[in-house]
Design a protein around this ligand. Structure first.
Ligand SMILES: [Zn+2]
Length: 102
């Protein structure tokens, strides 16, 4: 089953927007998703303000019924540490915004 959820994305520029993210793709039902995945287009989002393109996905379940294949895909290790840095940066920005509005 292919599943998407609408999630709030926070760009490093501070912009918040909602984008549909895949948490599970079934390439037997939707073969075009495999091509999208190979091109790196799954869970790629574009910030509407600064046009920055980045990956917002965390974990993705890849399901190929014909090949009897089910794979959990996790972000690359470098990507994880980058995300961690980014999360810290976002937290800092949120704190700064909170201070501004208090
Ligand atoms: Zn942005």
């Amino acid at each position: 089953m292919t599943l998407t959820t609408s999630e709030v994305i926070i760009c490093p520029c501070g912009e918040q927007f909602i984008a549909p993210l895949y948490s599970s793709i079934n390439v037997s039902e939707e073969p075009e998703l495999q091509e999208k995945l190979l091109k790196g287009e799954i869970n790629k989002v574009i910030c509407p303000r600064c046009r920055e393109t980045f990956f917002a996905g965390r974990f993705l379940l890849y399901h190929d019924m014909e090949k009897n294949l089910m794979i959990w895909m996790a972000p690359k290790v470098e990507g994880v540490s980058q995300d961690d840095n980014r999360n810290v940066e976002i937290e800092r920005r949120i704190q700064a915004l909170q201070k501004r509005y208090v």
